[in-house]
Write a protein that binds this ligand. Sequence first.
Ligand code: G3I
Length: 371
Amino acid sequence: MYRWSRLILILLCGILSSSSAEARSGLKDVLGRYFLIGSCLNHHQSAGRDERATRIVDRHFNVVVAENIMKPGPLEPREGEFDFRAADELVAYTRQHGLALTGHCLIWHSQIPDWFFRDGEGPASRELLTERIRRHVTAVVTHFKGKVKGWDVVNEAIEWDGSYRRSPFYNILGEDFIEIAFRAAHEADPDVELYYNDYSMDIPAKRQAVCRMVRRLKERGVRIDGVGMQSHVGLVYPRLNDYEASIDSFAACGVKVMITELDVNVLPNPDQFGGAAIDQSYEYRQKWNPYTEGLPADVEKQLEERWLSLFEVYYRHRHQISRVNLWGIADHHSWLNGWPIPGRTNYPLLFDREYREKPVVKKIIALFRGQ
Ligand code: G3I
C-alpha cells in the first residue's frame, strides 16, 4: 500500500510541476522551439530604463531589434561621424538578457540625413553615393561584428505595384544600390545574416518583384539569407491567403522568412490609407479615434480572433519562418498611436497599457503547444 501511495504522490507532483511549468511558460519557451520570437525596443527600453518592459522581454522573448537607434541617421548624423553610444547600450542589454539582436536598418530612404545624397549644392554622383553606402555599411557592420545575428540591409525599396521606389538611392544608382549594400555588409562580416525588409508583402505584384530581386542577387553571387515581411496589419487586411502565398513564395526563393514588425491596427483610417509608408499623415478627427476609453467587447473579440488567425498561419509555416518580431512591447509604446493620425489610442500589441499580458497570449502558446 505504501509503495502505491508513494507512486501516486510522485505522479501527482510530476503533473503539478509540469502544469505549473506550463503556466510559467512564456512565448519563447513554446514558440521558441520553431523560431525566434521578440519585439522592437525603443531607446528608453534598450537602455534598460523600462523595468516593466524588461520583465516582459525576460519572460517572453529571445530576440530584439532597435525601433530607431540603429538607423542611418542616428548612427551617422554627419558624414564620417558615427554615434554608437545608444546602440552599444542595446548590445549590452542583449548580452545581459541573453537575447539575439537584429540590426535595423543599414540602408533606408527614411531617417537618413540629406548629406548622404548631396554634393555641395547639387546631388551626389553615382560614385560618391556608392562610396557613402559602402563606408556607412562597412563601419556599422564592422562595429557590431559578432554582436548582431542579422541585418535588415535594405528596407522598403519596392512599391505596391512591384516597381522600385523612386528614392534618392534609386534615382542616383538605379537598383544597383541594393547589391552595393548587400556586398558591403557581407565583406564587413562574412558570418552575419543579411535580409531584405518591407511592408505590404502580401500584395502579389510586390511579392513577385521581391522574389525577382532575391533571385537576381543570388544569381550574381550576393549573399541574402532572409526576407522580412513587416506585417503591419489590420483586422481585415491583408487577406490571409495572399499573406500565406507570400510566405511560400519567399521560402521558395531559398531564403528564411521573417515576420519583422508585427502589429494589428484596430482603428478606422481614411480610405486612402494603406501600407506603412511613414510619410502618410492625416488630420485628426474624433471619428478616427473611437476607442479612447477602451475597446468594445465585439472589437476585442475580433482583435483576438485576428491575432489567433495570424499565429495559426505562423504555426502552419513554422518550418519556413525563422523569426516573429512584434513592433512594440505594450500598446502605448506603438507608433500606431501617432501614425498616420497623431494623438490616437490604439491597441496593436500583445500587452496592454499596464503591461499586462492580453488573454490571447496564453491562447497563442496553447496553439503552438498543440492543445
Ligand atoms: O529622436 C527624435 C527626438 O529627438 C525628437 O525630439 C522627436 C520629436 O520630433 O523625434 C524623435 O525622432 C522620432 C523617432 O521615431 C524616435 O522616436 C521621429 O520623429 C519619428 O518619425 C520616428 O518614428 C519612427 C518611424 O519608424 C520613422 O522612422 C517610429 O518610432 C518607428 O516605429 C517606425 O518604424 C518603421 C520601421 O523602422 C520600418 N518599417 C516601418 C515602421 C513604421 O514606420
